[in-house]
Write a protein that binds this ligand. Structure first.
Ligand code: 7RM
Length: 653
């Protein structure tokens, strides 16, 4: 449900509204940029379908499409009857060019190991991997769950799945077994690919053990394929069900013919949080998705053949799918893949990696930038970062202070910053500067990408020319989601029911006099914690799942580093006592149910919650309380006295 527009939870609005500095592309950047001419916007706008079909032609197709777009709102089909394979486009086609021997991945493990793989290495490994999948009985259309650390095999597993026409569902390695279980069951996956473990902040995350825990309640899982990443991890393997990848690899052929997929065949589903307690499996198809990510990868990051690209996301998020796996590889980019934490062993790990490998394009999240800011610029200063040519930001609004810091201390005031707005649902970047063209305003994602149409709307669906409202997308784009796995109704209701024929993003946005877009954060019951989406309802269900909890209400509160953190108001059942012990127990319970990203920062025990007369919890008031603001409109409240006692409680905390 959408609430009336209100201030975003991270307090960026006021800062954004006052920001009016402009940064023009430098002459030296512009003169070498792929795109230097503003006219691309007009050309694309004149005929969006042709713009996208010109882009799609840059991929390799087994069979061309006979129609660019079929749009029966809200169902789009792009490049109808075209046939292609995503893995072919990321690997095979480079085998015919100089890119064959080009480095595809420079991988650094957290403990410091380095692996370099050329496109040819990746091609060979992926072929083997695909044949291993086949040997385990995986066929076109089958679902594969992937629960992996950040190692090259994670990308190979995805590409191998694409190669044989299976559908992958990657689950972020930081999610709990319970979350993994839910996703496997919703997808009906028959195979789980994992690793013995991975490193994070000097500790081993035992992914295989966590997998074992998850699959206890996954009747569809037939096999678990385990990649060996660690040295002496004691890994339990169940006979007949669990297989070491390195064993099976020895038994299969070197080459696997790619499956010729229809443009509209599903490439993957990826679960993301919505406004209910249950994450939804976002569906992406082959032709449109590949077109969107390949095009934006090239033009937004102004790719040059000698680039060393680094996207710091995890493959478990859409950013990792689009800008670690499919986008970079379809473009034959050399990229960095790093397994661990930015502050391990010290707070300069990222800067040491940039220096060591001469990274030219660096793509990270505002939450990371704010942490770097807090740690101080002495850390980047220890390193030569002069190889950098462009910086990117994604995941949440970037506050101008962080933007300026990033520009100055990481980019030496030489690098354009691309603040890229998009979603799991959009598949690729939709609102972004074009670095050789666009004048930048810190905190604004600037303008819709060519071929994309976005507008800001009032609640009633009228378009706002200048001012604040909701962001909607008004024409279909190739990499748009095709639905929610197993739930067509929810797809229509979630995205297409607010206004006729318009995709509702769930984001607030402001458009300024120059037509620049300022993204203002979520306006629904989704919160964005350190760039990761979580439904307030998901956390609430995790809390009430605990035997001692009667009711809970979760809100986002502003947090210096994470942007938004979680505050949970909790009513305990009779016979249970509030206190430090209970606080700890409940926080742990949420981590166990969902994963560490969902750990509440604050739990406030209360006897009552503010509700409307129809029984809906008024989260807006809870947020006001949690952030110490004056209380907004309370007239719809059933019992206003609750608020005073809540406020007092909160202040005691
Ligand atoms: C890529 C990704 C999507 C939500 C989206 C926004 C927020 C993402 C920006 C941003 C302001 C940005 N996918 N968001 N990028 N807000 N400026 N540049 O993050 O599905 O996990 O999240 O993230 O609220 O709706 S996601």
């Amino acid at each position: 449900m959408t609430k009336p527009l209100e201030a975003p939870q991270d307090g960026t609005v006021s800062a954004l509204l006052e920001e009016n500095r402009i940064f023009k592309p430098s002459d030296s950047f512009r003169s070498k940029a792929l795109l230097q001419d503003e006219r691309i916007y007009k050309e694309a706008e004149a005929n969006r379908e042709n713009f996208w079909s010109d882009q799609a032609k840059k991929l390799d197709w087994y069979q061309p499409w006979d129609k660019i777009l079929e749009w029966k709102t809200p169902f789009a089909k792009w490049f109808l009857n075209g046939k292609l394979n995503a893995s072919y486009n990321c690997l095979d086609r480079h085998m015919k060019t100089d890119r064959k021997n080009k480095t595809a991945i420079i991988w650094e493990g957290e403990p410091g190991e380095v692996r370099k793989l050329t496109y040819e290495d990746l091609y060979h490994e992926t072929n083997k991997f695909a044949n291993v999948l086949k040997s385990l009985g995986v066929r076109k259309g089958d679902r594969i769950a992937i629960y992996m650390p950040m190692i090259p095999e994670a990308a190979m597993a995805m590409l191998a799945s694409a190669r044989i026409g299976a559908i992958h569902t990657v689950v972020f390695g930081g999610f709990s077994p319970e979350s993994l279980k839910d996703r496997i069951n919703d997808a009906g996956a028959k195979l789980l690919i994992t690793a013995d473990g991975g490193w994070r902040r000097g500790k081993i995350i035992g992914l295989k053990d966590l997998s074992d825990e998850a699959v206890k309640a996954c009747p569809t899982i037939e096999n678990i394929l385990v990649v060996k990443r660690l040295e002496d991890q004691d890994t339990q393997m169940k006979d007949g069900r669990d297989h070491w990848y390195h064993d099976l690899k020895e038994k299969v052929a070197d080459y696997c013919e790619p499956e010729q997929m229809d443009s509209e065949d599903i490439l993957f589903t990826l679960y993301t949080s919505g406004t209910t307690g249950k994450p939804k499996g976002i569906i992406h198809t082959t032709g449109g998705y590949m077109t969107g990510v390949t095009t934006t990868m090239k033009l937004v990051f102004d790719l040059q053949e000698d680039d060393v690209f680094w996207c710091t996301a995890d493959v478990g998020w859409v950013t990792g799918h689009s800008y670690i796996v499919y986008g970079p590889m379809a473009n034959g980019v050399t990229q960095i893949m790093y397994e661990g934490a930015p502050d391990w062993p010290k707070r300069d790990r990222f800067w040491s990696i940039i220096e060591k490998y001469g990274v030219t394009k660096f793509y990270t999240a505002p939450t990371a930038i704010r942490a770097f800011m807090k740690w101080g610029h002495q850390w980047p200063q220890k390193h030569d970062l002069s190889s950098l040519r462009l910086l990117g930001s994604v995941g949440e609004p970037i506050n101008p202070e962080a933007w300026i810091w990033y520009h100055k201390h990481i980019g030496s005031e030489q690098c354009p910053i691309v603040d890229t707005w998009w979603q799991t649902e959009t598949g690729c970047i939709l609102i972004t500067p074009l670095p050789g063209i666009t004048d930048l305003k810190p905190g604004s994602a600037t303008r819709p990408f060519p071929g994309i149409e976005a507008k800001v709307f009032k609640e009633d669906g009228t378009v706002i020319k200048e001012g604040g409202g909701y962001l909607g997308l008004t024409s279909p784009w190739p990499s748009m989601l095709r639905g929610i796995w197993g739930d067509e109704e929810r797809y229509k209701q979630q995205y297409w029911s607010k206004w006729p024929n318009i995709y509702f993003t769930g984001d607030g946005a402001k458009i300024d006099a120059d037509g620049y877009y300022w993204l203002l954060g979520r306006v629904d019951d989704v919160i964005n914690i350190a760039g990761h989406r979580l439904g307030t309802m998901e956390v609430e269900s995790a809390l009430v799942d605990h035997t001692s909890v009667a009711e809970s209400a979760v809100v986002g509160i502003s947090d210096e580093i994470k942007g938004t953190a979680i505050a949970a108001f909790v009513i305990l059942k009779d016979g249970h006592t509030a206190g430090d012990e209970m606080d700890k127990t409940l926080k742990q319970h949420v981590v166990k149910k969902i994963g560490a990203i969902a750990r509440p920062s604050k739990i406030i025990f209360t006897e009552d919650l503010p509700k409307t007369r129809s029984g809906k919890i008024m989260r807006r008031l809870l947020r006001d309380i949690a952030e110490g603001r004056a209380l907004g409109d309370v007239t719809t409240l059933a019992d206003a006295s609750i608020l005073e006692s809540l406020k007092e409680k909160y202040q005691e905390e």
